[in-house]
Design a binder for this molecule. Structure first.
Ligand code: CIZ
Ligand code: SF4
Length: 319
């Protein structure tokens, strides 16, 4: 549409004027991912978003994703201005793990190493020994387990269960879930698979165990894109947020991709998987944040220092 073209031109101009770079998550709208690509920004999972933002020389980072991604960027780059199209974009994992309750849980299990998923507030990270994303979680837990450590894991119970199965580590799990991935149903995927028996099933491990169990490949968003390339199947059934299809289809233009069906939470579409908070990022509020400098992320300095330590452990970790 013509309005979109005008917005895109405005954003390109504002990015230059503000010495800003756009860092977008795979789950944001195609138009935002395209814009990040066209302007020298990046489209990535949260680990790569954090790395890219910290390395880039721009003085302003515009983070299109959800709140914890903007906070992580600010924690790693306090000297940079970090803007988000909207500060309302949260995550059910973050919401489901309030810092005070989490801290009490940790206090009750002092013998355990505290490992939290990146999808958490700065205050929860500050209480942790390690932060991990799904692309690095299994490797970090394997490493801790080899040192004989017992783990307290939060917030995603499905991801925690998956890692426990994979590594055999002693893991105590917080009871949180992603409202998007939790909607995938093994039955729906199996029905689709019976129509396309040669299709491979790719699953993000924030999905329930029954769904991970029928996966040909389980992994983080970047690992699933990699698997789409390396598998010989020319049909793929993909159980993660539909935003992934933009980069995945680019990676394998010759393959046919199917969205794994969901029961649907109805927030953004009836039976597709799409995060309602990721969907709050749009060209309009992206332009608005650059124009008016609203949606700026601030993290208190003491909190920042404490949250930085477990984040740096992740960034410096080599499997
Ligand atoms: O579901 C999410 O929010 C994911 C996959 C985040 C990430 O690590 O990129
Ligand atoms: Fe959180 Fe799930 Fe949305 Fe990711 S897709 S931001 S885990 S609610």
């Amino acid at each position: 549409p013509v309005e979109d073209e005008a917005r895109i031109d405005e954003i390109k101009r504002l990015l230059q004027e503000r010495n800003a770079v756009l860092v977008a998550h795979y789950y944001t709208d195609d138009a935002i991912q395209q814009l990040a690509e066209d302007t020298g920004g990046c489209v990535a999972d949260s680990l790569e978003m954090a790395r890219f933002g910290a390395r880039h020389e721009a003085s302003t980072l515009v983070v299109a994703g959800v709140r914890f991604m903007g906070e992580t960027a600010k924690i790693l780059s306090p000297e940079k201005r970090v803007l988000m199209p909207t500060l309302e974009a949260t995550c059910s994992l973050d919401v489901g793990c309030p810092a005070d309750e989490f801290s009490a849980f940790c206090d009750a299990h002092p013998d355990r190493t505290v490992v939290v998923y990146a999808n958490t507030s700065a205050a929860v990270k500050a209480r942790a020994d390690w932060v991990v994303t799904s692309s690095i979680a299994v490797d970090v837990i394997e490493h801790l387990q080899s040192r004989g450590e017992k783990i307290l894991w939060a917030p995603d119970k499905h991801l925690g269960h998956y890692i426990r199965e994979k590594t055999g580590a002693d893991m105590l799990l917080w009871d949180g879930a992603c409202i998007v991935h939790e909607e995938f149903k093994a039955k729906g995927i199996e029905d689709l698979k019976s129509l396309y028996p040669d299709a491979a099933v790719l699953v993000h491990p924030e999905s329930p165990a029954s769904v991970v169990d029928i996966a040909d490949v389980a992994g983080s968003t970047s690992q699933l894109i990699q698997a789409a390339k390396s598998l010989s199947n020319d049909k793929l059934i993909v159980a993660t947020d539909r935003g992934i299809f933009f980069k995945m289809q680019q990676a394998v233009p010759e393959k046919t991709l199917f969205e794994a069906p969901t029961a649907g939470n109805g927030a953004t579409c009836k039976s597709c998987a799409h995060c309602p908070w990721m969907a709050m990022n749009a060209l309009d509020n992206l332009a608005g944040s650059l124009r008016n400098l609203d949606g700026e992320i601030h993290v208190d300095d003491d909190l920042r220092q404490r949250a930085l330590k477990p984040l740096e452990r992740m960034l410096n970790f080599k499997a």
